[in-house]
Design a protein around this ligand. Structure first.
Ligand code: ARG
Length: 696
């Protein structure tokens, strides 16, 4: 232990210290520390280290290092504020006959604060996430020759493992599950049987109940609730509470204030290879496009850690950079999660360790092997028999089926329900890469800027500028015989956009319309009755009995035998659906549980509707998504990268959700959809006039 002569809260390096700078009372701290010291000396011999001025946190000797037998792994503090403590602890260990191991520079590890031995000596629990780096764990395993189990901390209040985790005599474990990610909780549950686990709730956790000193059957801690004390007593422990509130202000309590120098060593246990690692190579505009930081973020947020082995910075604007990054993960499972996300970013594994994709055979129709690789919208290649094969029918959320029975090997995306027994499906993450050209990364970057998603709400002028570009694009697509698909919700009608959309269809700007029952019903209601959901579209006021209008209309169309027949019979004479029929623009209406009617045209078999959507979407150049989240998401899932998307909705959340599919070629516009359509039509008119002028 280290006497609190210079103890204070001088800086903030954990959430407990916030607001507590210089708020700790020295006399009370001394009094609390002495009480703790006196209790511990009844059960153990206590050695003291001399405190140092200017090092207030040196009282927390748990962070001096990790001791096992006569070896100690010295701490490398994460925060500069505590780094000057290192030489003092080092000197003490050396003077007391310990062999001191020191981690490489810049590889933080905070000693027994983040590494706790199983009290039976069977293994070492090691924490990471805030203060200690995952990559320090293999060193612990090697130097101390012990199995290391890595646990990831995710709640910043419990930044050290000993703040939320305390192995006890007899194989018991006192811990706060909320401080760990789900993978770590599973690991704990696998190693510690239920009758040995003592999970605590947050109220005890924030009193640092887990930060306990355990000597045989005695547990010394700051504070425990009556129920917790009772539970511990039932397991045969004696609980001694001694207030350490002054030290809580710095984020520590009983256990932090001590370092155990005698830990059990089992001759029979040995090191394991706890961490797996893998090197990936990345190319492209890694910095300009933020790709590098995205990749590193993914690694850390998924629970891994990394080391950048080398980075070749492209110095000119046009020259790409390349990097090699070594990824470490506590398990194969976590590694695969990380790698699959990096594949989506376009990071590829090193050529010399390139392997063929793993294939597993489907053993049940419509069901993939458990570990199947889930596809993205990006162009993908899989390695089969040493060759990279481009995957056909690229879409999101599908499996990749490989056919290597013929000379020419093929691969294609198949959704789960289309899988058949005998299909060979790609599993795991080996031999898969996405091919995103540096150009499209560059584009992705530009578009991000351009779609002003970050600003959330678009200013009027911004909307106008975007509409100008979209109009220009649509004009070009029409001129070259391309394909524009409109996905529309009934809001188009309610906001007065029906006439505009009808005009776009009539003038050849739209090649296909996708929606649900409602867009058609309300369009037809407006065409026949002049109302939309019972509201007079000219006067903007509800019409008496208007709420029944849409049902009347559904009934009429049902009697006519469908929309096309209603047009033929002269019942339907204008509007969006009318223009579709008149101009041979195919449409598909996908049904849902809330549909009234439905119209005879609405496909209520959703599998059929999905298939029809997918069929109609083939070869699309541009998709306009107008105020319909459900149908738009459905469309997004079926569409590969490279197809331009414009998503218009008054709700920024919807726009973000849709336009942010990796932000590739998608533009989000937060505005009233009726207004958007009116601007679009105006702009197309302007362009048309311009063309006439040049023609003349
Ligand atoms: N203020 C110290 C820090 O943030 C408290 C250390 C507590 N020690 C511990 N083993 N949890 O580093």
């Amino acid at each position: 232990m280290c006497p609190p002569e210079y103890y204070d809260v001088d800086y903030v390096i954990n959430p407990w210290m916030e607001g507590n700078v210089h708020k700790s009372i020295r006399e009370r701290a001394v009094e609390q520390w002495e009480k703790l010291y006196n209790i511990i000396t009844q059960y153990a011999t206590v050695e003291l280290i001399k405190p140092q001025p200017g090092l207030p946190d040196m009282v927390f000797t748990a962070n001096a290092g990790l001791v096992l037998g006569d070896k100690v792994v010295l701490s490398r503090f994460y925060h500069p504020e505590r780094q000057p403590e290192e030489p003092f602890f080092k000197a003490w260990f050396e003077a007391n006959g310990f062999t001191v191991y020191q981690l490489p520079k810049d590889l933080p590890f905070e000693g027994a604060g983040d590494a706790l031995l199983d009290r039976e000596g069977r293994w070492l629990w090691a924490g990471y996430g805030f203060r200690s780096e995952l990559d320090s764990h293999p060193f612990l395993a090697k130097w101390l020759d012990i199995e290391v189990l890595s646990l990831r901390l995710i709640d910043s209040r419990f930044y050290h493992l000993d703040t939320c985790f305390c192995p006890l005599t007899g194989g018991y474990l006192l811990y706060y599950p909320g401080a760990f990610d789900s993978y770590s909780n599973r690991l704990i549950e696998m190693r510690v049987p239920p009758e040995k686990r003592i999970p605590i709730d947050e109220p005890d956790a924030v009193n640092f109940a887990c930060n306990a000193v355990n000597i045989n059957d005695v547990i010394i801690l700051n504070k425990a609730s009556a129920t917790l004390e009772q539970r511990l007593r039932e397991k045969g422990f004696q609980v001694i509470q001694t207030p350490l509130t002054e030290f809580l202000k710095a984020g520590g309590a009983a256990k932090c204030l001590t370092l155990r120098l005698t830990e059990p060593i089992l001759e029979t246990v040995h090191a394991n290879e706890p961490i797996i690692s893998r090197v990936v190579e990345m190319h492209g505009h890694l910095l300009d496009t933020g790709l590098m930081s995205q990749a590193l973020d993914i690694i850390v947020s998924e629970g891994g850690s990394f080391k950048v082995l080398n980075f070749n910075l492209g110095v000119e604007r046009q020259s790409p950079s390349s990097a090699q990054v070594r990824i470490s993960a506590p398990s194969q499972e976590v590694m695969e999660d990380i790698i699959s996300q990096l594949i989506d970013l376009g990071a590829v594994s090193l050529p010399q360790e390139e392997k063929d994709a793993l294939l597993e055979v489907v053993d049940m129709d419509g069901v993939a092997p458990d570990d199947f690789y889930v596809t993205t919208i990006y162009p993908t290649e899989v390695r089969v028999k040493g060759k990279w094969i481009r995957v056909a029918n690229q879409r999101m959320d599908a499996a990749i089926v490989v056919d290597d029975s013929q000379e020419e090997i093929t691969a294609s995306c198949k959704i789960l329900r289309d899988l058949r027994v005998g299909d060979k499906v790609v599993v795991g993450v080996e031999g898969i890469r996405t091919v995103i050209s540096p150009q499209s990364r560059e584009e992705r970057h530009k578009i991000q800027e351009f779609s002003f998603m970050s600003g959330g709400v678009s200013s009027e002028r911004r909307v106008e500028l975007l509409v100008e570009q979209i109009a220009w694009e649509m004009r070009h697509i029409r001129d070259r015989g391309g394909k524009v698909v409109v996905v529309a919700g009934p809001v188009v009608i309610h906001t007065g956009g029906a006439d505009h959309l009808a005009r776009l269809i009539r003038e050849g700007y739209v090649q296909c319309l996708l929606g649900g029952n409602a867009i058609a019903v309300h369009d037809i209601e407006q065409a026949i009755m002049g109302t939309s959901l019972g509201v007079d579209m000219m006067k903007g006021v509800p019409v008496k009995g208007g709420h029944r209008h849409h049902l009347k209309v559904i009934n009429m169309i049902r009697r006519a035998g469908g929309i096309a027949n209603a047009v033929k019979q002269g019942i339907l004479t204008k509007g969006i659906m009318y223009e579709c029929v008149k101009n041979n623009v195919p449409f598909c209406l996908a049904g849902s549980i809330r549909d009234d009617g439905p119209l005879p045209d609405t496909i209520m078999d959703l599998i059929k509707a999905q298939e029809e959507y997918a069929r109609l979407l083939k070869g699309t150049d541009l998709i306009l998504m107008l105020s319909t989240m459900l149908h738009s998401i459905g469309v997004g899932n079926m569409t590969p990268a490279g197809v331009k998307m414009v998503c218009v909705d008054i709700n920024p959340a919807v726009v973000t959700k849709l336009a942010d599919r990796g932000s590739l070629e998608s533009i989000g516009i937060v505005t009233d959809v009726g207004l958007f359509l009116s601007l679009l039509v105006q702009q197309l008119d302007k362009l048309a006039q311009g063309y006439q002028l040049t023609a003349r």
